[in-house]
Design a protein around this ligand. Structure first.
Ligand SMILES: Nc1ncnc2c1ncn2[C@@H]1O[C@H](COP(=O)(O)OP(=O)(O)OP(=O)(O)O)[C@@H](O)[C@H]1O
Ligand SMILES: CC(C)(CO)[C@@H](O)C(=O)[O-]
Ligand code: BAL
Length: 599
């Protein structure tokens, strides 16, 4: 084992914890000439990541790594770190002269003391950066600040390691690390909560692409705050506009229980902002008092699930099977009519569409019909899950649905339709290329159901993004006079987009299918970190290709309206769209990304 000097020299590096940071740091150390002797990787995901970023590095146990490595990189969760170090010390595994580096923001080197007592050299380096866990991250080290904590004699070793990685070492005292890390988490992580709250409110207000809409404003606000701190503050608080603050809180509360957290956060942050503006003399005391009074007033947030139903809404939806029954049921419903079209096998994603419909109309009609015209030969028309009783039970429990229209084929197509809709060029790419005739069939049935139900507004899911875009074009080009509202994709806990077809998956396939979401999320993260179209697509593809059991049909980064591929230098919104087979089940998913202007 070599003894540490200020220049680390060529070291045998072992990576404990192949999470995003470990795999990326290991890969970066390798690229500057160190040898990675082993990596631990327990989950399938970390094995995939290790394979992608540290090809041909053996997967070893923690003990094997500690035995073989001159530099042990501990990139495990903070809460695991103390016990891991102590446990190995109890087994007497640490070695004299061994460099022991962790990347926790919160801890300094005290947590490594049990290893230091056995002669290891403890170093704490924390990159102030967020990672995707892909090769893109390596370039993020260039110029990235790293908080470095180490005993004075070995501090230069830690600094040299950071410099080797292209980073900027900033020395931080042990005692300052928890507050340092709290500041970073508060700024970066809570910013994500705040921004996603704004996005949810805009989405609930019907804005089609909240992320893209917010991007220029938030970028300017962040830039202003980073340069000028609180002096960059604008908006109603600093103007002393108590009436607007009051209106905001009431408007947010009116969006119901799904945004309760936003009401709380808005209130709290508006209070803090008011007090800070008062303390720095930017608003007067009476103005601050007016705002604080408004903030102290209780507001009621209606709980939409238990919302009292309109008195003319029946408890159970009226189920109609024929055109005549439908017309009779509609005649009894005055006011604004909202439609949700489905193929049944309902899930929470459909219910989100129903809720959106309820918020946009006086009455809600749900159609349940598996439309043969949109299925190609050899597709799953015959096997598509059909369970009207279960669907009705779900809609009854959800409440607020007035009519369920569940026609049979003869009712929708009494005769073979001779007049057909040509959906145009968007229908010939992606889903349309794999499923020729699919969108012509979708638009045919959508037009027919619109004619039969005559809705004021119809709600569709963003999960079927190409379908949604084509329905908007249909309404525009044929002047159908129906407002089209979109609902963000509802996902399972592991990110898989809800879909009736998920019921085809075996339990292994079900677990594997979440890889589709992980890939899209990695792409979106790369975009929000400022990467351009080619890199965003590459990262998404890397994660998708590394995921087990997923057989890609297509993965594209396209214009959300034309569905044509984006130019390499495209800036602004883009849509990552994917179709893939998991086993024999074909799934689709998509995510809007924002390709920000280069600084
Ligand atoms: N996860 C979801 N989140 C939000 N809306 C969804 C979701 N899944 C489907 N929808 C929307 O519900 C409507 C009916 O879709 P459909 O009945 O085809 O359901 P599905 O679950 O997508 O089924 P499939 O297995 O055919 O993809 C469409 O507007 C669709 O976009
Ligand atoms: C819109 C639709 C109900 C038409 O059959 C179908 O394509 C679907 O479920 O998305
Ligand atoms: N959910 C879109 C309808 C279809 O796949 O046929």
């Amino acid at each position: 084992m070599s003894t540490a000097s200020n220049r680390p020299g060529r070291l045998g590096v072992g990576v404990v914890g192949a999470g995003r940071v470990g795999a990326v740091l290991g890969s970066a150390l390798r690229s500057v000439g160190h040898a990675v002797v082993g990596v631990t990787a327990v989950s399938a995901e970390s094995r995939d990541r290790a394979e992608a970023l540290l090809p041909s590095v053996p997967v070893l146990t923690v003990e094997e790594i500690v035995e073989r490595a001159e530099l042990v990189l501990l990139t495990v969760p903070d809460d695991v770190l103390p016990d891991l170090v102590r446990g190995l010390a109890d087994l007497g595994r640490w070695q004299t002269g061994q460099l022991l580096v962790h990347t926790s923001g919160r801890f300094g080197t005290d947590v490594l003391q049990p290893a230091a007592e056995q002669g290891a050299i403890p170093l704490a380096i924390h990159p102030a950066m967020t990672f995707t866990g892909t090769s893109l991250d390596i370039s993020r080290f260039t110029g990235c600040p790293f908080a470095v904590t180490a005993a004075a004699p070995v501090l230069p070793v830690a600094q040299a390691l950071v410099v080797e990685l292209g980073g900027e070492p900033v020395v931080l005292e042990e005692a300052d690390r928890p507050a340092y890390h709290a500041a970073l988490a508060h700024g970066a992580n809570h910013l994500v909560t705040l921004v996603s709250q704004a996005q949810r409110v805009l989405a609930a207000s019907g804005l089609p692409d909240p992320g893209a809409y917010l991007s220029p404003l938030l970028t300017a606000a962040l830039d202003g705050a980073l340069r000028g701190g609180e002096h960059g503050l604008t908006g109603p608080v600093v103007r002393g506009d108590a009436g607007t603050v009051d209106a905001h809180i009431r408007a947010l509360a009116a969006q119901g229980h799904e945004v309760t957290d936003v009401v709380e956060t808005y209130r709290h942050l508006a209070g803090v902002t008011t007090r800070r503006a008062l303390a720095s003399g930017r608003i007067t005391e009476p103005a601050a008092a007016r705002i604080l009074d408004v903030l102290a007033e209780p507001v009621e947030v209606p709980d939409r699930v238990d919302e009292p139903r309109p008195s003319d809404s029946p408890l159970e939806p009226v189920v109609v099977r024929t055109r005549a029954e439908l017309q009779a049921a509609l005649a009894a419903l005055p006011g604004r009519r909202a439609l949700v079209m489905t193929m049944g096998a309902l899930h929470e994603g459909h219910l989100a569409n129903v809720r959106e419909a309820r918020s946009r109309g006086d009455h809600v009609v749900v159609s349940i019909y598996v439309n043969p015209l949109q299925f190609g030969p050899g597709e799953d028309f015959e096997n598509y899950p059909r369970d009207l009783d279960a669907d009705l039970a779900l809609l009854t429990r959800e409440g607020g649905v007035d009519v369920v229209f569940a026609p049979d084929d003869g009712e929708i197509y009494p005769a073979e339709p001779l007049v057909r809709i040509d959906p145009g060029p968007v229908a010939r790419t992606l889903e349309g290329a794999t499923r020729p005739g699919h969108f012509a069939g979708v638009l045919q049935v959508v037009t027919k159901v619109f004619s039969l139900v005559r809705p004021d507004v119809a709600v569709f899911g963003q999960k079927d993004a190409q379908q949604l875009a084509l329905i908007r074009t249909l309404v525009r080009d044929l002047d159908l006079g129906v407002e089209i509202a979109a609902v963000p994709t509802r996902r399972e806990d592991d990110g898989l987009a809800m879909s009736s077809r998920n019921s085809y998956l075996t339990s292994t396939e079900r677990a594997q299918a979440a890889g589709i979401y992980r890939a899209l999320a990695a792409g979106a993260q790369a975009a929000s970190a400022g990467e351009g179209a080619p890199a965003v697509l590459r990262v998404t593809d890397e994660v998708l290709s590394a995921a087990e059991g997923i057989d890609k049909d297509y993965l594209v980064l396209v214009d959300p309206e034309t569905f044509l591929p984006l130019a390499d230098d495209h800036r602004g919104p883009g849509l990552l769209a994917v179709a893939a087979r998991v086993g024999t089940t074909r799934l689709i998913d998509n995510m809007t990304v924002d390709l920000a202007p280069t600084a």
